[in-house]
Ligand binder design. Structure first.
Ligand code: IMP
Length: 449
């Protein structure tokens, strides 16, 4: 591959920018998988830029259901090339299990899936450390409610510079370095009162996986930048959501990566000035899994109905999701930190049977009305929602395919969300299938055909 393309003169605006980032605007599980699947029709490349197999995207293609954790859902569309960027953490065994499932579903992945040689590996000792931390009971340790996929410990190793990267699998000293890291992490596990990992079994597991992964490992930074300079459509597929971002989320109840749009640049090596626009995905209500404050959380029948109708169980862990009303303070914050150009508003149909619908427009923090998100978790935990109530539409919407055909009360609800968050809704999703999606009059021009 020639790096010559990288020297193309871009100062005269000669290259066409066809890059788009998709991120979650809440606590994850916003239905990004489905929107990515819809947007993928236009894209040639789909790149994950952060996270690992802690994510869970459920995509329905016809009557077939795929649950993807690490592999971009673009893999389900023929002719698309998928990338796991340098910002990801890759669990070799988890990755290969998922790959085998996708292949068993009749998808040909040959030459369509590339792993960055700069991506970190999430190894068995990371999983063990994650589980150990979550079960530790020593007073000050905060239980995060992680997915126990080893995500935090893998990113910790990246930051302390002891992590192993996918590209290391190609080097002669990989086994030696792996053994060293197993030994080091086993010491921590034993110190914390847990069993150490078996050295030989762990080495065999990782080396076996490496053999299968090696043909897919390459310099994806180069691949993607060349594609961008040629004007090819690239979709950056975010996982988790804004409130789980390690810097901007509800710290410490967050994941360990940058889930916000800036992560697309650092997590793939495509510079920020080559990114054209950002689509934020939000549910018509709010959910979260794991621990941590959640101002609009419901503990009544309304919350139970959302969970039941919305089938709110985690795709990765099967845990029930906590449910609540739409939080416009959170969504407004997501617009600010991601630069959201359009919303994709999902699962609107879940609200079909509600007589009235509430939107959180501000917080009451110790008697003071605030319209922004406090940084400190203790202040955030003190926030009580200030609601505005709107009439529901009380009629099914799943069969509707045009903006005009949506009930007026439903359009009013969407318009109010747009006003409160200062971003237009480009898409509305009224069911899990690809075609159960409505493009609004405000949708991105390139998609309106
Ligand atoms: P971790 O990413 O496994 O370290 O988990 C940290 C926090 O992020 C926990 O609250 C998880 O429940 C949450 N989380 C991680 N991945 C997802 C996701 O894909 N959807 C929703 N929550 C997630």
């Amino acid at each position: 591959m020639s790096p010559a393309l990288l020297s193309v003169d871009t100062t005269k605006g000669k290259y066409l920018m066809a890059t788009r980032v998709l991120i979650g605007g809440q606590w994850g599980d916003e239905g990004k998988g489905k929107i990515v699947d819809v947007l993928t029709e236009q894209a040639t490349w789909i790149a994950r830029f952060q996270g690992g197999n802690n994510a869970g995207h459920t995509v329905k293609v016809g009557d077939q259901k795929f649950v993807l954790h690490l592999i971009p859902s673009g893999i389900l569309r023929e002719g698309k090339t998928c990338i796991l960027g340098n910002g990801c953490v890759i669990d070799p065994s988890g990755f290969l299990k998922e790959l085998d499932e996708v292949r068993a579903g009749g998808i040909n992945t040959e030459g369509r899936l590339w792993i960055s040689d700069r991506a970190q590996l999430a190894l068995p000792y990371h999983r063990a450390l994650d589980g150990a931390r979550e079960t530790r009971d020593c007073g000050k340790t905060v239980k995060i409610g992680t997915t126990r996929r080893g995500i935090g410990p893998a990113y910790a190793d990246k930051m302390t510079r002891m992590g192993l990267r996918a590209g290391d699998m190609l080097e002669d000293d990989f086994e030696e370095r792996l053994r060293h890291n197993i030994e080091e992490h086993n010491r921590t596990l034993v110190f914390q009162g847990h069993d150490p990992l078996g050295m030989e079994a762990t080495v065999a597991e990782v080396l076996g996986a490496a053999e299968r992964m090696i043909p897919m490992i390459t310099d994806t930074t180069l691949l993607l930048n060349q594609a961008v300079l040629k004007g090819e459509e690239v979709l950056f597929e975010g996982a988790q959501g804004t409130m789980l971002d390690i810097d901007h989320g509800s710290y410490p109840f967050v994941t360990s990566s940058n889930t916000t749009s800036g992560g697309a640049a650092t997590g793939t090596g495509v510079p920020p000035n080559r990114i054209r626009d950002v689509i934020g995905v939000v549910k018509a209500y709010t959910t979260r899994v794991g621990e941590g404050p959640f101002p609009t959380e419901l503990f009544d029948d309304d919350g139970m109905n959302m969970a039941k109708v919305g089938d709110e169980f985690g795709a990765t862990t099967g845990r029930p999701r906590r449910c609540g009303w739409f939080d416009a303070v959170v969504a407004r914050y997501a617009v600010m930190v991601n630069g959201v150009n359009w919303w994709a508003l999902t699962k609107l149909d879940v609200l079909d049977a509600f007589k009235t619908i509430k939107i959180c427009v501000a917080y009451d923090m110790d008697g003071q009305r605030i319209e922004y998100l406090p940084a400190h978790i203790r202040r955030f935990a003190a926030c009580r929602p200030v609601y505005e109530e709107m009439p529901g539409w009380n009629t099914p919407t799943t069969h509707i395919r045009t903006w005009e055909a949506l009930p007026e009360a439903c359009r009013n609800y969407i318009r109010r969300i747009e006003e409160l968050t200062c971003a237009p809704a480009g898409f509305v999703s009224v069911g899990p299938k690809r075609d159960e999606t409505i493009l609004t009059p405000n949708a991105p021009a390139d998609l309106k055909g």
